[in-house]
Write a protein that binds this ligand. Sequence first.
Ligand code: AMP
Length: 280
Amino acid sequence: MKIFSKKYDLMAFLSPFISEKSIGFVPTMGALHQGHLSLIKRSASENDLTIVSIFVNPTQFNNAEDLQKYPRTLQKDIDLIENFNPNIVIFAPEIQEMYGENVASETFNFNGLDRLMEGASRPGHFDGVGTIVKKLFEIVQPTKAYFGEKDFQQILIIETMVQQFQLPVTIVRCPIVREENGLAMSSRNQRLSATAKKKAGIIFESLQIAKHLFSEKSISEIQTEIELFFSKNPDFQLEYFTIANATTLLPVSEKLPNQTYRGFIAVYVEGVRLIDTMEF
Ligand code: AMP
């Protein structure tokens, strides 16, 4: 199995493939789970070669403690991928390799998409995401890149960046993989106690309730219902719940025909911040 930590080694390895073969790319921050594997599987089925990057990107964290506590399980991740498909190529660089001495974000214009929800709660987050994904795209030069709808706002941000910079890559949206209780799989779930993880199915449940109410109640009534729902589960602190247009991400005031909507939620449990989303 091929594992690279230096960008020029990976680029030298990839150079015979570029423009000859299709390269699929799955960027991750590691602590891999079935959600990541579903992206890797899809990429492997659609491309001659799949590259998975494992890199906890410091510039997308606006909270030092969150960055410090982010799970790092590189050897386990490598073993998991190797057992899953030994033809996958891993790129696991150090911070210095990606940023040199200047660990800073580029500033992007994401047409306001970065000022809502995750962007509002985590200032600078999407500039960090854009910075690292652009750097990685320059190294890997993928034909297709695979992103999970769990981070739906991130997908729209990446699609905007690809358009603005005319990057020759197709972004593939992949569905959310969930635990049996509905909890969206996430590397951050590793930080939860067994009890909290079991109970965290209520996040998915709250989205289902809101989806159901969407056809019969006003947005503010739904908002109130969701706030009430979480006030009855005080170990879960609701940060935001929004119903937004799935293209503009602007919060909706009423449901219009021929539009796609999604519910978006961020919740804290045991000090861990979890997000989820669902098409309404
Ligand atoms: P992360 O390692 O959290 O940065 O995630 C890497 C990629 O995997 C992103 O495109 C995520 O949206 C995607 N991903 C994370 N969790 C899931 C999930 N439960 N289902 C599908 N994709 C996911």
